[in-house]
Design a protein around this ligand. Structure first.
Ligand SMILES: [Zn+2]
Length: 399
């Protein structure tokens, strides 16, 4: 069928709103699916489970989803919540906690964090607001968690309707909507569990579609990110499943989109998504696809030079999601044999797919690289400062 915007639609429905006015706009070859988990051996790394990225855009609600996503290829029972180790992450966590505390006068309140990860955010916000915190997450072992006198309770489990008795003033669900197969289900469960508690505030955040696609951060497009939300799709999701959206705004240097909401009666229709905003996002994803072709050509040329220049000592810095996408997409290994990571849990392990060994900053000092590939631009300033403090003076390539 032909559409008002002049492109043809395929018949595949949008996951979020069901519209068939959709378009598959981006595909990648199969890459390792579990970005948060490093491999224990070279063999395990080489045999990492791989999956296809196939992104679909919805012309009605603006939802962007990876339709190649297969939940069977994901496992959240053992997840590495390593972002908590970064100063930027800590600063961001403090900011959100303070904002929520001030906006909603949280004091001696009860805060429920659904998908609480390693509990760092919950501990921060409860500490600031002198509140009691309950964190639920299937993927973290809380047995050695240091509560430091903060009133916290952790439950290692999936969040279900079994938890409807939890009476809370604030429920948060951070970095979850994007990485689960069925974000609708979790929003529905949270709403259902709130029942008649109409005064409870709900806070959600997820990677901001405009950041990754607008800034053409290609390496952010990772398999585990099943959903990409923008203003229109986040609003649609929450309104459709029983929330009034109080505020939707970008945060964490625009990388994330946050939404604050309040329960409303179930069964109300969501507002029609703003067509201009959806159209604007469509142009953004189109430009992204074009830019990707150029980026790929440029990276290939740099890699070609790297392969020619065999004696050059090269290291990468940051063994996260982008590193996995980057090294696997270009099958780059021998030229860059090691990746530095400040996270002690990653050190000594191997990058899924290409099997680089993950090493310490001390290793980098001894290796004295001539080139360092920075795999995450967000952390480039802190990485460069650390490299300098080691007495090294390499060239940098920020991917
Ligand atoms: Zn849609």
């Amino acid at each position: 069928m032909s559409t008002a915007t002049g492109h043809s639609s395929n018949s595949q429905p949008c996951y979020l709103c069901g519209s068939t006015h959709t378009e598959d706009f981006f595909t990648l070859p199969p890459i390792p699916t579990m970005d948060g988990v490093m491999s224990n051996s070279v063999e395990e790394a080489l045999n990492a489970v791989r999956g296809q990225i196939q992104l679909r855009f919805c012309h009605y609600c603006g939802y962007v989803g990876n339709e190649g996503y297969d939940p069977a290829k994901m496992c959240f029972d053992e997840y590495d919540f390593s972002n908590a180790h970064s100063p930027i992450f800590i600063e961001h966590t403090n900011e959100i906690s303070q904002k929520l505390q001030k906006t909603y006068n949280l004091h001696q309140s009860t805060i429920l964090d659904v998908g609480c990860g390693d509990g760092y955010f919950l501990k921060t916000i409860c500490n600031i607001s002198k509140s009691k915190g309950i964190g639920i997450d299937p993927g973290f072992d809380f047995s050695s968690f240091k509560k430091n006198g903060v009133d916290l309770q952790f439950i290692r489990d999936y969040y279900t309707t079994d938890y409807q008795n939890i009476d809370c003033d604030l429920v948060t669900c951070r970095h979850v909507l994007s990485v689960i197969n069925d974000p609708i289900a979790i929003v529905k469960t949270i709403r259902e569990n709130l029942g008649e508690r109409k005064e409870t505030i709900a806070y959600f955040d997820a990677p901001f579609v405009q950041h990754t696609f607008g800034n053409q951060v290609i390496w952010n497009v990772v398999y585990e990110n099943r959903s990409w939300f923008g203003n229109t799709s986040m609003k649609y999701l929450l309104e459709r499943y029983g929330f009034d959206v109080l505020q939707v705004y970008p945060c964490w240097q625009n990388e994330y989109l946050a939404a604050e909401a309040k329960p409303r009666p179930l069964g109300q229709d969501p507002a029609t998504p703003d067509a201009d905003q959806v159209q604007e996002l469509y142009q953004t994803v189109q430009a992204f696809t074009e830019a990707f072709k150029t980026l790929k050509a440029e990276a290939k040329e740099k890699i070609h030079n790297l392969k020619q220049n065999k004696g050059q000592r090269t290291l990468a810095w940051g063994a996260g999601a982008r590193a996995i996408s980057f090294f696997n997409m270009f099958d780059l290994k021998v030229e860059v044999p090691s990746i530095v990571d400040i996270n002690t849990k990653r050190q000594g392990k191997f990058l899924p797919g290409t099997a680089q060994s993950i090493v310490t900053p001390a290793f980098a000092k001894q290796y004295n690289p001539e080139l360092i590939i920075i795999t995450n631009p967000t952390y480039q300033n802190e990485i460069k400062a650390q490299v300098k403090s080691l007495g090294l003076n390499p060239e940098f390539w920020v991917i």
